[in-house]
Ligand binder design. Sequence first.
Ligand SMILES: C[S@@+](CC[C@H](N)C(=O)[O-])C[C@H]1O[C@@H](n2cnc3c(N)ncnc32)[C@H](O)[C@@H]1O
Length: 208
Amino acid sequence: MALKDVGNKVPIYKLKTTDEVMKYYDEWGDKDKYNKDMLEWNYTGPKETVEVFKKHTENKEILIFDAGCGTGLVGLQLKKFGFKHFHGADLSQKLLDSVPNNLYQKLIKVDLNKPIDVQDNFYEATMCVGTFTFGHVKPQALDEFVRITKRGGLICFTINEGIYKEYGFDKKIENLKQDNKWVELEFFKSDYIASKDVNAWLGLYRVK
Ligand SMILES: C[S@@+](CC[C@H](N)C(=O)[O-])C[C@H]1O[C@@H](n2cnc3c(N)ncnc32)[C@H](O)[C@@H]1O
């Protein structure tokens, strides 16, 4: 079957460098435009991911790292299901500034393509939604997520279908399994941005 031309569906998919990505999001955050667009596009990534995550997590007291938190859409979904403790990290200060007050206990500006300034085994769970996409964050970030997440903790993410193989996410996920770093609990093609015919792989893994 021919591959879908996912790379031309959304303007950000054409960006190449981290600097271009940061500037784009800084502008997209102006006047709440990012949130408005996500509503209009019927972007379901945060809702779908948190629904899968909560099936495997009874303890609502856990501390969750939201990698690439943007405007906090994942935090809002987590809160809806009774989770309370989240830290958010993102490249765009403009988006971080637009996160609703008191939703996250801590917000930090980071480049997730670099080592994350968090000690080993710190979080009970790491979420990363919408951030593994064209020109954004590379598969090596998954090694960092494994490092900062406690043994027995969960890592839950989406990967845009258009970069899954091209960027080597398939190999990275397999290597982490082979190296006994995590076990797969869920992995399937989610709706993500169905209005634009862009789907994403949704994965949930338990750290060993
Ligand atoms: C499609 S948005 C998803 C935001 C949020 N998780 C959501 O689902 O609405 C992608 C996010 O990745 C962030 N991002 C892109 N490249 C990044 C990088 N190298 N390091 C950290 N965040 C990055 C962007 O600033 C943006 O907030």
